[in-house]
Design a protein around this ligand. Structure first.
Ligand SMILES: Cc1cc2nc3c(=O)[nH]c(=O)nc-3n(C[C@H](O)[C@H](O)[C@H](O)COP(=O)(O)OP(=O)(O)OC[C@H]3O[C@@H](n4cnc5c(N)ncnc54)[C@H](O)[C@@H]3O)c2cc1C
Ligand code: FES
Length: 370
């Protein structure tokens, strides 16, 4: 079944920095199974702000290895609708529609793992990394973690005191390297933004050369930081399949476009243009066990039309960064503008991001329930 929103009560709000809050949710016993999560996954919130349905994803910063309510941390973005509302108006006791956890930027914790996780993040990108850090420290006794964390100044470091405390308590298992772009004169640490050259230097200074390619890298931060870190890791000889990324904004330097097809009738596709020769494609959408017949014009995405026709499909970012709009293509062919949030295995199995998918055959069947 496709995932649905559930009304959750805000159980606590704590201010982490001047412009970031952590928000915890009360989970009633009947939702505990649906809301089980892996470190690194995110929740999708539906807020109603000034009469508008506003959906945004927020990574969990809590860890499933600890008791306590699932918690997100939200940094206020200048002029941002949801992040400003959450930072300035949301109150303990309010009820919000929340979708169960999703996302492929997730760690499968195993007590027998002996891995070195290298987390590279900046600003609010710390949220999924915090969950991964806590999860690994709690449940993989032979694994260790290095965190390279970029911020503007000391006051803007989300979870600063908790991170310092963890690094002091377990120095053999957790190393914290902070870099600040606008620190005061009293700052003794690294200065600057995370860029390609200094990212490579930071990795080399924390990890011995023969081990660099054997670590597991998790990146989350602004797109520029992600591109820089990925390039630095490639230069250091780290294979791409050891690097995992979570984008909060447009996935610049992401995985790019992809074609997906399933049981496609080749007569539906013009081989010259690789597109349907028809003016519109006929798309059957299955959601919550019900079939809807849609007509999608060139230039439109399947999600655009599903929303317009009030099918009520799941979605959030609409930029290919989360995977809330994921569905399985059972028949036909699509071209995705951006496929960042899907794994190679999901693409091979026929999963698509409907917010990025343009029909390339005359007839398609798309199933949100799988
Ligand atoms: C999978 C996923 C997980 C996420 N996890 C977190 C999280 O843990 N914590 C968190 O704070 N945010 C997270 N985000 C980002 C979050 O979903 C929103 O995009 C963000 O809060 C801005 O929403 P808004 O409504 O306030 O801004 P909007 O009203 O949507 O945008 C206002 C302006 O801000 C720009 N903008 C949008 N997002 C950002 C951003 N993140 N940084 C800088 N500029 C931006 C927009 O381009 C626009 O110009 C995540 C996003 C994704 C896709
Ligand atoms: S809604 Fe986020 S990828 Fe489609």
């Amino acid at each position: 079944m496709a995932i649905e929103f559930h009304a959750l009560r805000v159980s606590a709000i704590s201010r982490e920095t001047r412009d970031a809050v952590a928000v915890a949710f009360d989970l009633p016993p009947n939702l505990r199974d649906s809301f089980k999560y892996k470190p690194g996954q995110y929740l999708t919130l539906r807020l109603f702000i000034d009469g508008k349905d506003v959906r945004r994803s927020y990574s969990l910063c809590s860890a499933p290895t600890r008791d306590g309510d699932p918690t997100i941390a939200v940094k206020q973005v200048d002029g941002g609708l949801a992040s400003t509302y959450i930072n300035t108006k949301l109150k303990v006791g309010d009820t919000i529609d929340v979708m169960p956890p999703l996302g492929n930027f997730a760690v499968d914790l195993k007590p027998y793992h002996a891995k070195h996780y290298v987390l590279i993040g900046a600003g609010s990108g710390i949220t999924p990394l915090m969950s991964i850090l806590l999860g690994v420290l709690d449940s993989e006794p032979d694994s260790r973690v290095t965190l390279l964390y970029g911020n503007r100044d000391k006051d803007s470091i989300i979870f600063n005191s908790r991170l310092q405390e963890l690094a002091q308590r377990q120095p053999q298992r957790f190393k914290l390297v902070s870099i600040l772009s606008s620190p005061g004169d009293d700052w003794q640490g690294l200065r600057g933004r995370i860029e390609k050259d200094n990212c490579g230097d930071m990795v080399r200074s924390c990890i011995s050369a023969p081990d660099i390619a054997n670590c597991w890298y998790y990146l989350c931060g602004p797109s520029g930081m992600m591109v820089a870190a990925q390039a630095a890791l490639r230069d250091l000889g780290v294979p791409d399949d050891r690097v995992f990324r979570e984008y909060f904004t447009t996935p610049l330097g992401g995985a790019g476009s992809a074609d997906v097809s399933a049981a496609v009738d080749e007569e539906d596709v013009d081989p010259a243009t690789n597109k349907s020769g028809f003016e519109k494609s006929f798309v059957t959408v299955r959601l919550y066990g019900i079939e809807h017949e849609l007509q999608v014009a060139p230039g439109e995405t399947i999600l655009d039309v599903a929303v317009r026709e009030e099918v009520d499909p799941p979605f959030a970012c609409q930029i290919g960064a989360c995977c809330t709009c994921r569905a399985k293509l059972l028949e036909g062919k699509v071209e995705m503008d951006e496929r960042e949030a899907l794994t190679d295995e999901e693409i091979e199995e026929g999963f698509i991001l409907t917010c990025q998918s343009h029909p390339r055959s005359a007839r398609l069947v798309v199933d949100y329930d799988q």
